[in-house]
Ligand binder design. Structure first.
Ligand code: HSE
Length: 405
């Protein structure tokens, strides 16, 4: 079967490599059909690349080739990926993608178009890189009512936090190391501000609860305000700080979904997920907690998921996979600050007496070199708005959510 790849960056070149090096095992799974890459779309030149004869800068070469049945979109970004994907689907080709931004923004439209045209739009690689999570949620856990999901969904920020926690590096030093190692981009904003994790939360929430959740409905707070002082206080409480995407069912018509730094205590399955690894914990009413762990990014791990989707399309050439969700609603994602109760970590310029006068029950934390006018503590369970009113007029340095996962 002829296939094409759009975008020859890290993931796209990995897709070509995996197809070429795994054709025997792929053929075993397709009933003998091998995948043959016939076009690679990219505006850049790759002089000396062994696939030089496959490159094109013209999208129409793929669109108009009737023999191409499946296309991998590994370009990233919404435009022109959306336009290309829609045209391919409308011309009867299946598309698979690693592009979380596109699925989070336009997934519903593309899934509906795929349904209308009797083709597949699959996106296993869009969340958790090589970790199987889309199919397990859509198929293996389908007997459950999902109660919530919590995930370490961004490898770059998990690497930075791990270096801060384990090696005492500052945020800036750890970010520089992440860039030197090729994990973080030159402009690391999407990772460190939580936007990348936010897109993945949208996809998981849409899949878990059946209604499209858009990025502008999910509050995203990154890790730039986390300091070694916070790391040290949290460690004294046997916890670690992770960037978590969290989703919670509120009722049949609403959910909470947000990305933020969160304290995870050491007994949690998420606490020992270190470096660039990702993990997604799904809480179902029948199964309990299940945790999916593995490489959340990288050339071959992500290509592994993309090519698996291509194989699935090849196997289901006359049938549709039925992953998907329906339209969302403006008030579907609630403001978690007013609804969700949880404990919080607070660091402030204050004395213990002042804190005890304002809170019924807190656990004070300590660290080496703690100044006499600084306190850090964990509150009992309350909403963030309740916390804010209790802290009114106080010189607060940092607040971090405490997760129950
Ligand atoms: N920048 C992302 C990460 C890549 O660090 O996890 C995978 O989405």
């Amino acid at each position: 079967m002829k296939v094409a790849v759009m975008g020859y960056g890290t993931v796209g070149s990995g897709v070509v490599e995996v197809i070429e090096t795994h054709n025997k095992s792929i053929a075993n799974r397709t009933g003998g059909e091998i995948l043959e890459v016939s076009h690679i779309l990219d505006l850049r030149d790759f002089p000396g690349d062994e696939h030089e004869d496959l490159f094109t800068k013209d999208f129409n070469d793929i669109l108009n080739d009737e023999d191409v049945m499946v296309v991998a979109e590994t370009m990233g970004g919404v435009n022109p990926a959306y336009d290309f994907t829609m045209k391919l689907i409308e011309s009867g080709k299946s598309v698979v993608t690693s592009n979380k931004e596109l699925v989070a923004q336009k997934g519903l439209e593309l899934l509906e178009a795929a349904e209308r045209n009797g083709v597949n739009y699959l996106f296993e690689a869009s969340v958790g890189g090589g970790i199987p999570i889309i199919r397990p949620m859509a198929q293996c856990l389908s007997a459950n009512n999902i109660e919530g999901v919590a995930g370490i969904l961004n490898g770059t920020t998990n690497f930075i936090l791990t270096k801060m926690i384990e090696d005492g590096m500052t945020f800036e030093e750890a970010l520089k190391l992440a860039q030197d190692n090729g994990y973080a981009e030159k402009d690391p904003t999407a990772d460190i501000e939580g936007f990348d994790a936010c897109r993945k939360v949208c996809i998981l929430a849409s899949l878990a609860f059946g209604k499209h959740v858009y990025p502008n409905q999910v509050r995203a707070e990154g890790i730039t305000k986390i300091t070694l002082e916070d790391v040290s206080y949290v460690s004294s409480a046997n916890g670690v700080i992770k960037l978590l995407g969290q989703i919670k069912k509120i009722d049949d018509d609403s959910i909470a979904a947000f990305v933020s730094p969160a304290i995870v205590f050491n007994g949690s399955q998420l606490a020992s997920v270190n470096g660039v690894f990702n993990a997604i914990l799904v809480r179902g009413d029948a199964v309990g907690d299940v945790c999916f762990y593995g490489p959340g990014a990288g050339k071959l791990p992500t290509a592994s998921a993309v090519v698996a989707d291509m194989v699935d399309c090849a196997v289901h050439v006359d049938r549709r996979k039925t992953f998907g969700w329906g339209e969302g609603a403006e008030d579907y994602v609630v403001d978690e600050k007013t609804v969700l109760k949880m404990p919080f970590y607070v660091r402030a310029k204050a004395g213990c007496g002042e804190i005890m006068a304002r809170f019924n029950d807190v656990k004070f934390l300590n660290r080496k070199g703690q100044p006499s006018d600084e306190v850090a503590f964990i509150t009992d369970s309350m909403t963030e708005n309740e916390l804010t009113s209790k802290l009114e007029n106080m010189d607060v340095i940092n607040i971090i959510k405490v997760t129950d996962y």
